[in-house]
Design a binder for this molecule. Structure first.
Ligand SMILES: Cc1cc2nc3c(=O)[nH]c(=O)nc-3n(C[C@H](O)[C@H](O)[C@H](O)COP(=O)(O)OP(=O)(O)OC[C@H]3O[C@@H](n4cnc5c(N)ncnc54)[C@H](O)[C@@H]3O)c2cc1C
Length: 430
């Protein structure tokens, strides 16, 4: 038997260290540092590198990467247990060298980059000396990449990129962008696109504006224009027409890591909810004694535990099969479940905290809105539900029979036929 819900003692010690480090050293930083990728912020420059050095000393830096790239090559289960702690604080992923979108972009570069590209882009990215951006979504559509029109054309020894991109997160802080562009407009839908490295200071790269989401003061999701942007021929990642395949290298891992961190976020809101329910009195008793409040607390606990188990089992499957394709349904299921759990746990936390909960003095209203981020980025919930349904239905077969085999009358007839001899023998014996 190998089913086990316990963490081995040695790794638990690491998790305990991470937990204390995040609570004591990192959570307070969220009140001091604006954006964890803003290298021009003097507070960031003073406060982050010493903490990153401590993480490196402890050998917990970029654990998703193999030792050849300076990580520990942790499997997804270990990463899940670690990430659910890091999810508590905005700055934690960057202090542990596993922040999105850099972690996914690093995976692409490690997999498809040339030696020179690894030296120029990957090394400083892994050391968090620079950060990067993933530029794929276009203003006319994100969920359906078949409508993308940003093109890359080979002219002499350069690729020339023209078009617009939308919601390219972190572009304003990034030293380079990984851009998906159409290289064959007439080709089959999923072989039209290719992936390119574009240094941010290349002439023609323009941020039209930075868009903010509902709870942010300052936007970091760029509306981009690429006008005759020239990059050398070798800045193509993978083969021409392989853009989708390359993008899967980052998205499989990226989606599950978001989910792991979401477990941490919702647990944090849940802890606050329980404390409040046990503290706030109304009509002579604490909120925790009201049955409808108990219903909300039970609902959140059940949602979190179910979601966490699905995330951990998916992580375990990724480790087992070492192939994201085999685990597509599970990853999409996690991705589709995530925004609802995030939304509901934060909404209940908000409700139980009353007016204080709705105010900007508490993190709940921002959390409710951020749950929509999780339901959109890396593909909308509906698209992931379609994937789950298609994958699951693929394991079944239909029938041409008018009444299916599981029709109760048919099953009863079959059962009688199966035991007819024995039943008759018993009747005769009597
Ligand atoms: C906070 C945030 C950060 C992001 N960061 C990045 C980034 O760094 N780089 C990047 O390239 N993109 C990024 N995105 C964009 C993200 O990938 C897109 O928002 C997503 O792919 C959906 O595209 P869209 O917003 O254009 O919605 P649309 O494609 O217009 O879809 C709108 C809605 O239509 C419905 N819908 C769509 N398709 C289907 C379907 N097949 N069946 C049923 N309903 C459907 C869904 O409800 C969907 O939300 C980010 C988005 C957010 C919110």
């Amino acid at each position: 038997m190998s089913w086990d819900f316990e963490t081995d003692a040695a790794f638990q010690r690491e998790l305990d260290w991470i937990d204390e480090f995040v609570r004591e050293e990192i959570e307070p930083l969220d009140f001091i540092i604006g954006h964890p990728n803003d290298f021009s912020d003097p507070n960031r420059a003073k406060l982050l590198p010493p903490l990153q050095a401590e993480v490196k000393k402890r050998k917990l830096w970029a654990c998703h990467l193999g030792p050849d790239l300076g990580g520990q090559g942790y499997g997804q289960v270990k990463l899940a247990l670690m990430n659910e702690i890091l999810g508590r604080a905005k700055c934690a992923p960057v202090i542990f060298g596993c922040q999105a979108p850099d972690s996914g972009n690093a995976e692409i570069l490690a997999h498809y980059g040339t030696w020179e590209q690894k030296e120029r882009y990957l090394k400083p990215l892994l050391n968090n000396e620079i950060c990067s951006c993933y530029s794929m979504t276009e203003p006319q559509g994100g969920a359906d990449p078949k409508v993308f029109t940003c093109t890359a054309e080979l002219v002499g020894d350069d690729w020339v990129i023209n078009g617009e991109k939308w919601f390219s997160s972190n572009a304003r802080y990034a030293s380079f962008l990984i851009v998906m562009a159409v290289t064959d407009m007439e080709g089959p839908a999923y072989q039209r696109m290719s992936m390119f490295i574009v240094p941010s200071d290349t002439p023609g790269v323009e941020i039209i504006r930075n868009t903010a989401v509902g709870y942010e003061m300052e936007g970091a999701h760029a509306y981009m224009r690429y006008t005759n942007v020239r990059v050398p021929r070798d800045h193509l990642l993978g083969e021409v027409g392989q853009g989708f395949i390359v993008s899967q290298t980052r998205l499989g891992g990226g989606r599950i890591h978001h989910a792991m961190r979401t477990v941490g976020k919702v647990r944090r809101a849940f802890d606050m909810t329980c404390e409040r329910a046990l503290s706030r009195e109304t009509q002579g008793e604490v909120l925790a004694q009201k049955q409808m409040v108990q219903q909300m607390i039970a609902g959140s606990w059940i949602d979190i535990e179910q979601f966490r188990l699905l995330v951990l089992r998916t992580a375990w499957k990724i480790d087992k099969y070492k192939n994201y394709k085999e685990v597509r349904a599970d990853i999409s299921a996690v991705k589709a479940a995530m925004p609802r759990v995030y939304h509901d746990v934060y909404a209940r936390a908000l409700q139980i905290h009353g007016s204080l909960g709705l105010s900007t003095e508490m993190p709940f209203a921002a959390g409710v809105l951020d749950s929509f981020h999780m339901g959109l980025a890396d593909g909308p919930t509906e698209v992931h539900k379609v994937t789950v349904a298609k994958q699951v239905l693929g394991r079944y077969q239909g029938t041409n029979e008018m009444f299916p085999d599981y029709h109760l009358i048919k099953r009863r007839e079959k059962a009688i036929a199966k035991y007819a001899n024995r039943l008759e023998a018993e009747v005769r014996a009597e």
